[in-house]
Design a protein around this ligand. Sequence first.
Ligand SMILES: O=P(O)(O)OC[C@H]1O[C@H](OP(=O)(O)OP(=O)(O)O)[C@H](O)[C@@H]1O
Ligand SMILES: Nc1ncnc2[nH]cnc12
Length: 183
Amino acid sequence: MSGNKEEEDPRIHGIKTKIRVVPDFPKKGIMFQDITTVLLDPKAFKDTIDLFVERYRDKNISVVAGIEARGFLFGPPIALAIGAKFVPLRKPKKLPGETIFEEYELEYGNDRLEMHIGAVEAGDRALVVDDLIATGGTLCAAINLLERVGAEVVECACVIELPELQGRQRLKGKPLCMLVEYR
Ligand SMILES: O=P(O)(O)OC[C@H]1O[C@H](OP(=O)(O)OP(=O)(O)O)[C@H](O)[C@@H]1O
Ligand SMILES: Nc1ncnc2[nH]cnc12
């Protein structure tokens, strides 16, 4: 699932057809990849989850870290199916407990990710889940958070990759699994 795999699994083509592309959102020049239209189709949504579950169920993953907000849609069902805990990586000032944070730049602004101290422990084997990788800044921040507390990041998983932004190069050598490329 990490290259262009439409030939490999017919479910991927079905998922791709459900992603809505909205030009100039949230600002001019951005081709926004809207996954809410995948969620409207139970088969496409289930196929998305199933593809990741099939990949990760035997990889001894102990924690799925989901990135706010859209990683919260895909991460929890994957975590439940593979028997891992789910840890939310949240935008600033949303988590009530003691946190650590990493700041990063986006295609259209700056942001910060926070994680509860104690949610992930040294030795945890982590899968990071989000809907999309663009510049890779968000996933890089997530990897840094997890590594700071001693977790091993096994892989990052996204539904969509924007390869022209070369986000993979910012993943500190961690593998990326994605389903759909948008060029
Ligand atoms: O690879 P990057 O350049 O870092 O961009 C990818 C991130 O951007 C989007 O989230 P966004 O920050 O728009 O937040 P949202 O999910 O809360 O809308 C997307 O869901 C990823 O998390
Ligand atoms: N083009 C895009 N579509 C959806 N989410 C994004 N996050 C960063 N770039 C994006």
